[in-house]
Each structure stands twice: as structure tokens, then as C-alpha cells.
Design a protein around this ligand. Structure first.
Ligand SMILES: NC(=O)c1ccc[n+]([C@@H]2O[C@H](COP(=O)([O-])OP(=O)(O)OC[C@H]3O[C@@H](n4cnc5c(N)ncnc54)[C@H](OP(=O)(O)O)[C@@H]3O)[C@@H](O)[C@H]2O)c1
Length: 262
């Protein structure tokens, strides 16, 4: 399928920016959404200079009330239709749950889950009417396995994985592709935004995959009508399958030791 217009949330850095750069090289028009005005406009200018695509920028904090509807309305006002929706914006928050700020946990659920459901609902209805379209929801390796000290985050990603796989099955015969993208640790601003200590980042640097590789694997999986894709090192696939081989408490204890703050 030749994609005409893609809307990417969280396009100002990391995986979202890599999606924008890769899709621009495939001549896909773009709608970039995030909070960082300057980063979005800089990226839009750079992509438009390199290619002949049209890039719209929507500066929006997606945790604000009615944010998804506002994004949808802006797209309608500009007379655009979205062929590929990439629900990518998201963040984590590292540390013992009871010690973390509750409002940040709720904001995370709002961004990682509620807004993703809202945008999917708004744009999927249109895609169904047209009989074509694609949705990539960015879940995580964490969607397959509860992570102590990232408890709310891994729960949001389990939701995204389950939700998206169900939509894949509902829509596979309607000309619509739905993919749960499940990256393992990836080079981006994620670890800083989640407030991981530098020592944790340094220890795990070698297991990081580039955002570009994640995006290439995702677009291949979408082309191949997959319901989900685990990207990154081979170890990531082993982690997914570990939950089938080992008792749940065994894995939880092992991860708790690895993730425990010093
Ligand atoms: N990096 C990893 O290891 C990894 C692994 C698995 C899954 N993921 C998932 O991949 C997705 C992208 O993350 P990333 O790794 O690329 O991290 P990132 O570099 O921190 O990017 C996060 C993006 O989300 C946007 N965002 C954050 N809060 C927002 C808000 N309130 N409203 C609108 N946009 C907001 C940020 O833009 P602004 O700050 O400009 O708003 C940024 O563009 C996330 O869903 C993350 O959970 C990442």
C-alpha cells in the first residue's frame, strides 16, 4: 500500500522522530504531534527541505482535557485524512510505586492508554468507512511482562498490546492493519524522561537498539500484516517467551533484583 498521510504522536524525539524521518523518505505526508513546538517545527522544516512531502505540525499536550478530539478536529479543519495513525507518545516513571507521584502515574495512564484509545476510535471509524488504513500502537516488551519499579508503565503497555491485538483480529478482513509495536530497550529520551539513574543507563547501554532499526522492523511487520512485533536484540524474543517457560513469581523475583533502585 502507498501511504498518503501519517499522523505520529510523540514525533519530537526518539522512535516518533525516526518514524517521521523514515516515512518522509517514502514520500508520506506527515502530521507531527507533541508538546515541543521548536523541535517539531525544526523537524518539519528539515524534512520538507529534503523531500517534497507536506508536513503539518500540531503542538498539543496530549494529557490535556479533550486533547485527542482537538487533534482530530485540527486534522478535519485542514481537510486531511489519515491513512496511517502512529500512537507513539508515551513515557515511564521509574521507582517504587508508593514513593512515586500519583499524579504522574495518572498522567501516564492518560497518555499511554486513554489518549491512544481515543485517537484510535476517532481515526479507525474513518478508516473503516474508507475500507483502508493502518494503525501502529507503540506498546513495549514491557507489555509481555510485569516490571517491578515500572509497575504502572508495564501495565499500560500490557493494555496497549492486548487492545491492539484484538483490533487486529476485528479489522483484518476490512482492509485495515493494526500492529502492536513492542520495542525492547531503544536509544531515545525514554530513560531520562522516566528518571532512571545514569548508572542504570550506563549498565544497559549495550542492549539498546537504534530507533531507526525499530521503525524499519515495525514498517516491515505492518507490510506483512502482523498483529505484533518485538524489535531489537534476540534477547528480547527470549524475554517474551520466558513467561511461558518459567513460573511467574520466579521471573518477577529475577526482574525485581535487576531493576531494584540502589
Ligand atoms: N525507548 C525505549 O526503550 C522504549 C521501549 C519500548 C517502548 N517505548 C515506547 O516508545 C514510545 C516513544 O518513546 P521514545 O522511546 O521515543 O521516548 P522519547 O524520546 O522520550 O519520546 C517520547 C515522545 O512522546 C512525547 N510526549 C511525551 N509526553 C507527551 C504529552 N503529554 N503530550 C504529547 N506528547 C508527549 C514527547 O514529546 P514532547 O516532550 O515534545 O511532548 C516525545 O516526542 C513510548 O510510547 C515508549 O513507551 C520505548
Amino acid at each position: 500500500m502507498v501511504t498518503k498521510t501519517a499522523l505520529i504522536t510523540g514525533a519530537s524525539s526518539g522512535i516518533g522522530q525516526a518514524f517521521a524521518e523514515e516515512l518522509a523518505t517514502c514520500h508520506t505526508h506527515l502530521i507531527l504531534v507533541a508538546r515541543s513546538h521548536d523541535k517539531l517545527y525544526r523537524l518539519a522544516k528539515q524534512l520538507q527541505e529534503k523531500t517534497s512531502i507536506h508536513v503539518e505540525v500540531i503542538v498539543q499536550d496530549l494529557t490535556e482535557p479533550q486533547a485527542a478530539q482537538k487533534v482530530y478536529d485540527r486534522v478535519q479543519d485542514k481537510g486531511l485524512s489519515v491513512d496511517l495513525l502512529i500512537n507513539n507518545a508515551g513515557f515511564g516513571d521509574y521507582g517504587p510505586f508508593a514513593e512515586r507521584d500519583l499524579s504522574r502515574q495518572l498522567e501516564m495512564i492518560q497518555l499511554n492508554v486513554t489518549v491512544l484509545v481515543e485517537l484510535t476510535h476517532l481515526f479507525l471509524s474513518e478508516m473503516q468507512q474508507r475500507g483502508e488504513g493502518s494503525i501502529i500502537n507503540v506498546a513495549s516488551l514491557a507489555g509481555f511482562q510485569a516490571l517491578p519499579y515500572l509497575s504502572t508503565y508495564s501495565a499500560t503497555k500490557a493494555f496497549v498490546l492486548s487492545f491492539t491485538e484484538a483490533l487486529w483480529a476485528e479489522n483484518k478482513d476490512k482492509g485495515i492493519k493494526c500492529l502492536a509495536l513492542c520495542p525492547g530497550p531503544t536509544e531515545s529520551n525514554f530513560f531520562e524522561a522516566a528518571r532512571f539513574p545514569q548508572s542504570f543507563e550506563n549498565k544497559n547501554n549495550s542492549s539498546l537498539t537504534s530507533a531507526e532499526e525499530v521503525v524499519r522492523d515495525a514498517l516491515n511487520a505492518l507490510d506483512n500484516h502482523k498483529s505484533n512485533v518485538v524489535t531489537g536484540k534476540i534477547m528480547n524474543n527470549l524475554i517474551v517467551n520466558a513467561s511461558r517457560l518459567f513460573p511467574r513469581e520466579f521471573l518477577l523475583n529475577a526482574i525485581e533484583k535487576q531493576f531494584k533502585p540502589n
